[in-house]
Design a protein around this ligand. Structure first.
Ligand SMILES: [Zn+2]
Length: 190
């Protein structure tokens, strides 16, 4: 890698500064940032601030050194045991009820839409009863309406057809009367 290949960037890459301190940049990226730091005062200042912060953190961690107590595991185990036994002794039933409620809730959530039908099955039966009832009412109403329509159309057809038949009967009667009279007249003439 030659020095000429590296461009001096005018853009501030603040994220690269932390990576530079942590040694996460590639050789080329490191060189690019160092060249940028040479010309950019604000980035150079940022680098110094981050270094100071890291030093302060390191110092604080050095000072606050602590060791786990020798009986740490024993204390934790004893605490857990007393909590479990306490649970068994005093509020077992309440906890059991709580867990059962939680499980019931989880089951309901798991069932989703089915849980709804289980819970409101009674309501649905009542609803279905209403639907059936209204259906029956509608059926009766439709039948009645149908009968009225049929009777009305039948009545109309009867009236219409009777009028036509009367007219036809009149025409036929008139024709036959004329023909008959003519036949009679002819016979008389003959
Ligand atoms: Zn910069």
């Amino acid at each position: 890698m030659s020095f000429q290949d590296v461009e001096i960037s005018n853009e501030c890459q603040r994220a690269d500064i932390a990576a530079y301190i942590d040694g996460e940049l590639s050789q080329r990226e490191e060189l690019e940032l160092e060249m940028h730091l040479a010309v950019c005062e604000s980035c150079a200042e940022e680098l110094n601030q981050q270094k100071k912060l890291l030093r302060a953190l390191d110092f604080a961690l050095e000072e606050e050194k602590f060791e786990l107590p020798e009986n740490f595991t024993k204390v934790v185990v004893a605490n857990a045991e007393s909590r479990v036994s306490g649970l068994r002794r005093s509020s077992e039933r309440f906890n059991a009820l709580l867990i059962c409620s939680a499980l019931f809730l989880l089951v309901l959530i798991g069932l989703g839409a089915e849980a709804k039908s289980v819970l409101f099955s009674f309501g649905r039966v009542f609803e279905q009863f209403l639907v059936v009832g209204s259906f029956a009412f509608h059926l009766i109403y439709d039948i009645a309406l149908g009968i009225i329509v049929i009777v009305r159309s039948l009545l109309f057809q009867f009236v219409f057809s009777s009028t036509v038949s009367i007219a036809l009967f009149t025409v036929i009667f008139g024709f036959s009367a004329v023909i008959f009279s003519r036949l009679l007249f002819r016979r008389k003439q003959i």
